[in-house]
Design a binder for this molecule. Structure first.
Ligand SMILES: CC(C)(COP(=O)(O)OP(=O)(O)OC[C@H]1O[C@@H](n2cnc3c(N)ncnc32)[C@H](O)[C@@H]1OP(=O)(O)O)[C@@H](O)C(=O)NCCC(=O)NCCS
Length: 156
């Protein structure tokens, strides 16, 4: 609601089945290794918290969170390339942090590619700290892998 009040062109709401085509298109354009349509659909089906951000009524970003027994995992955060750099990623992240708190999570975890400077900057300025590394976690070039940094933020 606060996002709507701050900028009437921006709305953040729950993701619906009808958003999936746009979400998938943004996903493919933004990531070197995007999620498939099947994975996105499954996230809705299993009841993960999936939200989208709309700019002038167009779906330009999405975020997916899973919460279980006090632990929240941010599984995806994506803003369409032509809508990046306008504060939407930070807004989506803050919305999810609020949701995680409401669901009584005490910590939020996420993984990010070591080379993903923009996302790392975002997470670090929102109070996430590096708590570990997963060696070769992500596919990279054809036969290469890239490490993941594991970030965590306590909510209590
Ligand atoms: C990471 C991502 C979600 C950020 O979304 P965004 O809407 O562009 O981010 P915002 O405009 O809210 O910026 C938030 C902060 O991110 C950081 N940031 C964003 N773009 C950046 C860039 N090109 N270089 C360095 N830092 C950057 C800055 O700290 C920025 O804060 P500031 O504007 O006060 O400097 C977006 O770049 C994206 O979707 N990337 C592709 C998918 C991805 O990598 N997702 C993360 C997976 S873990």
């Amino acid at each position: 609601m606060s996002a709507v009040l701050r900028d009437p062109r921006v709305e953040i709401r729950r993701m619906r089945e009808g958003d999936l085509e746009a979400v998938f298109a943004n996903e493919r354009a933004a990531y070197s290794h995007p999620w498939t349509m099947g994975i996105l659909r499954d996230c809705l089906r299993v009841g993960y918290d999936c939200q989208v951000v709309l700019l002038d009524k167009r779906v330009v970003g999405h975020v997916v969170l899973s919460v279980s027994v006090g632990e929240a995992h941010l599984l995806n955060l994506c803003v369409a390339q032509d809508a990046q750099g306008q504060g939407l990623g930070r807004r989506l992240l803050r919305r999810m942090m609020r949701l995680a708190r409401e669901k009584a999570a005490d910590t939020v975890f996420l993984e990010v590619r070591t080379s993903n400077v923009a996302a790392r900057q975002l997470y670090e300025t929102e109070g996430f700290c590096e708590v570990g590394r997963r060696h070769g976690y992500y596919p990279h070039e054809e036969h290469e892998r890239e490490d993941a940094i594991v970030y965590a933020k306590p909510l209590l």
